[in-house]
Design a protein around this ligand. Sequence first.
Ligand code: SRM
Ligand code: SF4
Length: 593
Amino acid sequence: MFGAAGAFEAMSDDVKLSPVEAIKLQSRYLRGTIAEDLLEEKPNFSKENAQLLKHHGSYQQDDRDERAEIRAAGGGKSEKAYIFMVRTRVPGGKLTCDQLLAELDLADELGNTTLRITSRQGLQLHGVLKRNLRQVIRRINEVQLTTLAACGDVERNVMCCPAPHYHDPVHAELQALADRLAAHLAPRTRAYHDIWLKDLHSGEQLVFGPNGEPTFEEQEVEPIYGATYLPRKFKTAIGLPGDNCVDIYANDLGLLAICKDWRVVGYNVLVGGGMGVTPSAKKTFPALAMRMAFCTPEQAVDVATAVIKVQRDHGNRSDRKVARLKYLLADRGLPWFKARVEEYLGYRLPEPDPEDVWGFDDHMGWHEQGDGRLFYGLNIENGRILDREGMRLKTALREVARSWRPSFRLTPHQSLLICDLPAGCQSELEGLLHAHGVKLSSEISAARRWSMACVAWPTCGLSITEAERALPGVIDQLEVELARLGLSQEVFTIRMTGCPNGCARPYNCDVGLVGRTADKYTVFLGGRLLGNRLNFMYKDLVPTEELVATLVPPLAYFKQARQPGETFGDFCARKGREDLLAFAARYEAQLVG
Ligand code: SRM
Ligand code: SF4
């Protein structure tokens, strides 16, 4: 077994490490020369610092809509209008009223005026300029949130079912575990504190904890990660069999709570899920997590740590395309991996409990919390909080915050739970939303409610096609066809991404639309809401304007030949690609005839 830093040294003897490994090693625990870069006037960071910056929660980007304008104005190919995305890690999606308001303020004052709820219960600001980056990160920390490890080769935001159900102790216990895991697996480097929370010239501390205490404790640097952190990002989710809203099978590590008599008796430990694919690299693939073992609640943090350490020491550090845990599992197999985890733990783990996922709740609409108060699940299209002509969601949320001072929770489906509302406020809150042109969750079609799109253009540097800006229009058209087919009430997940990296988890849902080349998508069918089956490629290179027409024949077939209670995804999986294509050919021929 290697020690953390030893892993790097041992590997570097016989394999060529990826350039990112060298950047991390030389960075002095993620410090690099970010502080020096911040003191310079140029609008961007050096290549190495931009890489390290991710671990601090920020991505250097440029507005891709503006590229053409820059060229038209005579700018060179490398000339860019640099902007930064700043991601806040929010374990289990829990936010106070002031925390959400602070992020909204930052979006207005120093961002692009919008705030984005992510597919992992995080928050993103876009369009931040380099000269404002320190102020943004400082102010996020002032409300006791952090951007540290929101991105980078570390444990990312720990997802957990966000519903504030106080009538059973299970939800609170899961949330507490999410907090414990997030704290335990957070990087310990002092670099974050020194760069963002101190005056760069005088060294004076600018941000303190809730009781005025320092935000940094002197301790061993990176006892879990070592000097080179993990080979790649690492994602954990905590879910429930009856409510897999965290999409547990898409995570590197899943802890599925096994409950008896409303108490958590332990967790099924799932390992090796992940979505990212590079179509040109056959060695890459999406994978569902595998059921590895069962652990007690007391063992959960140690088991998570051991899983991470095995990946730290054995994950691929030479080729980042195959560095996620899923590839280690594909290479060495689950029994080998489990044996390593047990070795690191020092004890054996039993087989998983037979229980598995069987339900999914998006938590939309009104619910009693069980403590006399209510929460309201507000569907936010693709997670984007903004004001636009006819729909002033951002202003509405500020008004809601002013009127009731609720707490908020972010869902893994890019939506928002408005919590701790007093009994009897339903019609007032609904009236307030309506007055701002915001639709209630019950007024949104099933297709839209169960959809997600990733950010894609114009900020994502990897996007090939539109996603967030295209999906609403696709759903407008789809709603018409679904109504015509009598399928408007049908619940199925439709997820669009601007490239095959899979940020909206498009490979385990009913319908995945994945950006492939300019304005063309690959259409995947046959996954399911439960997220425990991968979908299959139905058609490739479908132009945006033909997406709905491509989906109509399988939907019509479903209407005609579904079994009682069968979902669209289950139907497609049962029929398979060839049968669906054959029906589509007959259907289209009939239309022509
Ligand atoms: Fe993601 C990279 C946005 C969830 C797989 N993702 C990116 C970057 C940072 C682009 C980049 O590397 O330059 C995107 C920033 C765009 C922008 O302008 O904001 C980005 N990912 C997002 C978010 C905001 C999508 C959203 O619409 O909500 C999600 C932020 C979650 C968070 O709060 O932490 C987001 N990304 C995901 C998920 C879903 C999940 O984790 O449940 C996945 C699939 C699961 C997985 O990790 O396998 C995902 N993102 C990727 C990948 C492919 C990773 C791989 O193993 O190949 C990349 C590219 C990479 O890492 O090289 C990527
Ligand atoms: Fe960007 Fe691709 Fe992720 Fe969409 S899926 S946010 S286009 S990296």
